[in-house]
Design a protein around this ligand. Structure first.
Ligand SMILES: *Cc1c(COP(=O)(O)O)cnc(C)c1O
Length: 365
């Protein structure tokens, strides 16, 4: 049996008829940058995320940059986040001239709220929890701390469209929610795309100008801006795929339950979904001994896996100047050696999931 980690070809084959109609429609319309599908997409997302506004952008990374910038992060400021994320959540802080101040994580790989307060200084402006794997961080505690110290919250929800915590949608909990529609995310475009959500009219207005060279209209520029617009074609495809998202989330949740039923947990750790959580399983990560050997063993059995992420950000060569060292974030560092991401996409069959589970069980027998 061959079980690839992701299966974008299968996605295309299942959508081919509709996508080809969309290509034809958008190409014929002549509106490629901006257009009605972009507006529709923003309206659809704000409804889905239960926020007042959505601004479509070029990438999740741009959403993070804009969110931090518009919340006032400037040279010398500090932003609190985790070192076990995708590199972009730290790069954006560095590019704004600010300092990423890392906080270690819990067993579920998300920020440990108990460790945040001791990292707050006079320079702290924003807390940026990352909802890794499609599981929302313990936001009740993060909100309490942010209120107490008058800090803003940017949710890195790049992996968490549709995820909930205590019934609250990801992206609607902090001041700004940042999402990616990269091809590997649950709601995916056919290239780079992203978007932000907010309830702030000020941030909405400014982000809309900034993404388009800072143009308030064709002739008036209030601020120097960026080029970070979502293509009409990507928006049209995302509208179509957003209508399928609840089903996709459902089947990923079902896949999680199959793993839960078949994986023997003696040697295999994964955090259970708690009753506060509604997880969307962008990834399904197990923590195991002999991870690298298991990965090779699975590869020989035709099973594709991945590691998110093998080197914590504070130990990356790029982070040298940030002044962190090995041993600073024990949990993150020990997880980086144990984590293995298993296939959990919506195209897997129960048979394949059982094959993966039993192969892993066999390895530890
Ligand atoms: C994917 C991702 C990003 C970046 O999104 P892009 O659209 O690729 O720029 C940022 N943070 C996290 C946690 C991600 O998974």
């Amino acid at each position: 049996m061959k079980v690839p980690y992701v299966n974008l070809k299968k996605q295309y084959l299942s959508e081919k008829k509709y996508l080809n109609k969309i290509f034809d429609d958008v190409l014929f319309s002549g509106n490629y940058v901006g257009g009605k599908y972009v507006e529709n997409f923003e309206n659809n997302i704000k409804k889905f995320c239960k926020t007042k506004y959505c601004v479509s952008l070029n990438s999740g990374t741009d959403a993070l940059t804009m969110a931090l910038h518009l919340l006032g992060v400037r040279r010398g400021d500090e932003v609190i986040t985790t070192p076990n994320s995708f590199i972009a959540s730290t790069s954006v802080i560095v590019h704004l001239g600010a300092k990423p101040v890392f906080v270690d994580v819990l067993d579920d790989q998300n920020i440990n709220p108990e460790l945040i307060e001791r990292k707050i200084s006079k320079k702290t402006k924003v807390i940026m929890p990352v909802h890794l794997t499609g599981r929302v961080c313990k936001m009740d505690k993060v909100i309490k701390i942010a209120k107490k110290y008058n800090l803003k919250i940017v949710e890195d929800a790049a992996q968490a469209i549709g995820s909930k915590y205590n019934g609250m949608m990801s992206g609607s909990i902090g001041d700004v929610g940042c999402f990616s529609a990269h091809p590997l995310k649950n709601l995916n475009a056919i290239g780079d795309s992203g978007y932000l959500t907010t309830n702030s009219k000020r941030i909405y207005d400014l982000a809309k100008d900034l993404r388009n060279h800072g143009m308030t209209n064709r002739d008036k520029i209030k601020n120097f801006g960026y080029v970070s617009r979502m293509d009409n074609l990507q928006a049209a495809i995302l509208n179509y795929r957003l209508s399928k998202l609840p089903k996709i989330i459902n089947s990923r949740r079902k896949n999680y339950k199959i793993y839960k039923k078949y994986l023997k947990r003696k040697n295999i750790f994964f955090p259970d979904e708690t009753k506060n959580e509604f997880n969307t399983y962008h990834t399904f990560v197990i923590q195991v001994p002999n991870r690298d050997r298991l990965r090779k063993y699975l590869s020989r059995k035709g099973i594709g896996t991945s590691i998110h992420y093998p080197i914590p950000i504070h130990l990356q060569p790029a982070s040298k100047k940030l002044g962190y060292k090995r041993g600073d974030f024990i949990k993150t560092e020990s997880q980086s050696k144990k984590i293995l991401t298993l296939p959990i996409n919506q195209y897997l069959t129960e048979k394949e999931l059982i094959y993966i589970s039993e192969s892993i069980n066999n390895f530890y027998k």
